[in-house]
Design a protein around this ligand. Structure first.
Ligand code: ATP
Length: 361
């Protein structure tokens, strides 16, 4: 098997205009082999730059063969919530983040905003939304990219004024893709599509919303074993293809103050993740549970906000039990760092792209 770089890119261009399911498994397998041979992503561990390990044909590395972690080589995607980005220093490419929260807490809305933020940083994302139809996903992305200055109220609904909508669409066209649910949710197809997105479209961020909407029947074992196996496969995939995966996993319980151990089936799910976040709505239930659980007083800082994003696990820096408060802006569906915060993204010609590199603490 051999292929030149030019032939490879020609093939990639052809595939970019095809439905992944029209590419046969054999063709896809061959394409993956080409990609691994020729593409920018080496098959080796890419987490800490990908070249820390000298090639050795043994089962182990000697200590002197492993170079020190060079944090400057880590590529991170900022979420735009400064309290989180400050604590975690962004979401590392090659890692997997689980996002949980009770129904309606704001998981999908926040992840849609993360895709807009990623686009502003020059990253490409794909959103798999098993429950929201593509026009709805697009509507949220457009509102979030537009911001309140470019949104008009139409009866009870908000929409982006037409001039801005045109410019935003153009700005997002090659930066955010939405999975076509007609391809199905069978896990084999989804995983094939992910390979396609990573290798053909070169995506950096994958939002998988959500675990429950995936059809895992073709995998062996019971429900929980399948879920655990899927997380392991996604974690391997993130490393191998150097993408950051945000994976929405619903909790087992529908009510109450959600903790890490309530997420999905087994602890294997959160064990395999690099980060675990929980999105909370700051409602009366949240207040009474946090008072009970953390002994917070009536004037606790988090109660000023409308949503709180909790970091329950962060493997890299060991952050846990950290809450980031945000203000939900109804018209734009944005989560704001501070009341009245106005972000401007690159589609607004007269404005500078928002780039807040300031860590929180
Ligand atoms: N603090 C808030 N106040 C008002 N509306 C909010 C708030 N937070 C989120 N929303 C809105 O509530 C709706 C549900 O949010 P979203 O779909 O993001 O939640 P979710 O956690 O993904 O829910 P599910 O688990 O059902 O998928 C959206 O329209 C969202 O914009």
């Amino acid at each position: 098997m051999s292929i030149t770089r030019d032939e490879y890119f020609r093939l990639r261009e052809i595939y970019a205009n095809m439905n992944p399911n029209d590419i046969t498994d054999a063709e896809m397998k061959e394409f993956i082999q080409y990609s691994e041979m020729l593409s920018r992503v080496p098959g080796a561990s890419v987490l800490f730059g990908g070249d820390q390990f000298r090639q050795v044909n043994r089962m182990f590395y000697r200590i002197d063969e492993i170079e020190a972690v060079d944090r400057s080589k880590l590529v991170t995607v900022k979420s735009g919530i400064t309290a989180i980005d400050g604590r975690l220093h962004g979401f590392i490419k090659g890692e997997l983040t689980i996002v949980s929260g009770t129904n309606g807490s704001g998981k999908s809305t926040w992840l849609s905003q993360v895709a807009v933020e990623a686009a502003a940083q020059g990253f490409t994302s794909v959103i798999f939304s098993g429950e929201l139809p593509a026009p709805r996903v697009k509507e949220w992305l457009m509102l979030q990219a537009a911001g309140p200055d470019h949104i008009v109220k139409d009866g009870w609904a908000f929409h982006v004024e037409s001039g801005a909508a045109k410019r935003i669409t153009e700005w997002m066209r090659k930066k955010i893709f939405i999975y076509n649910n007609e391809n199905g949710t069978e896990i084999g197809r989804v995983l094939k599509a992910l390979e396609y997105f990573a290798l053909v479209l070169g995506v950096d961020v994958i939002v998988l919303d959500n675990l429950m909407s995936m059809n895992l029947k073709s995998m062996g074992g019971d429900k929980y074993e399948r879920q655990a196996e899927l997380i392991l496969r996604l974690s391997e995939f993130a490393k191998k293809r150097n993408v950051h995966i945000f994976f929405v996993c619903h909790p087992r319980k529908a009510m109450g103050f959600l903790r890490k151990d309530d997420i999905s089936g087994t602890a294997d799910i959160t064990n395999a993740a690099d980060n675990v976040l929980i999105v909370h709505r700051v409602n009366n239930d949240f207040k009474s549970r946090t008072k009970e659980f953390f002994k917070w007083g009536d004037d606790a800082e988090m109660y000023r906000y409308s949503n709180a994003i909790e970091v329950c696990k962060n493997r890299d820096l060991g952050v846990q039990d950290a809450f980031a408060g945000t203000y939900f802006e109804e018209c734009s569906k944005r989560f704001l760092n501070a009341a009245g915060e106005a972000k401007h993204y690159g589609w607004e010609p007269e404005k500078e792209e928002w780039n807040d590199g300031t860590p929180f603490d």
